[in-house]
Design a binder for this molecule. Sequence first.
Ligand SMILES: Cc1cc2nc3c(=O)[nH]c(=O)nc-3n(C[C@H](O)[C@H](O)[C@H](O)COP(=O)(O)O)c2cc1C
Length: 171
Amino acid sequence: MKVLILQASPRAKGNTAWMAEVYKNAAEAAGHEVTLVNVAKKKIAGCLACEYCHGKGQGACIQKDDMQELYPLMAEAEVLVLAAPIYYFTLNAQIQLPIDRMYCVMGPAKLQKMALLVSSHSPGVYTGALAGYHDLCRFWHAEDTGVVTAKAEEQKTPETQAKIEELVKKL
Ligand SMILES: Cc1cc2nc3c(=O)[nH]c(=O)nc-3n(C[C@H](O)[C@H](O)[C@H](O)COP(=O)(O)O)c2cc1C
């Protein structure tokens, strides 16, 4: 399957980046075609809610920024993996921006499955993130293949690696 991983931590060697890399390696080993994008390094503005896309724009966003690179990848993705740290009890802003900007096309056209990889310092901080993720799966008609969370002591461990590898088996 065509897998797109959006990795949203600005820390290139951090915990979320590690989780995304584990997923990528396992998915490639299983024969999937994987693209990994660090969206935290991209210049992606928030949606203006100007409705240009639903009128004159005919599905195109009026803002021309790094989303132009992501739109074709999103359009081809059969599997979308969101990898993000928790900031203030929810997924960080860097992952939400590209999701919001899909408003112009309403969703990834070929999407079948999704997964979520989340890291945080503390336990018990995932309620908002999980609710939003599950709602998004439903809204985009994608099967939820599962979620792996990693609080501080679970980061970069063989156990977390094994959980991520289990998710990949659901593709
Ligand atoms: C702005 C900010 C807000 C954060 N808020 C939380 C939080 O609410 N709960 C928590 O457990 N960790 C919080 N953290 C810690 C990160 O979620 C945690 O260190 C995570 O592993 C970072 O992932 P990374 O290594 O991929 O950057 C916060 C970190 C930052 C920078």
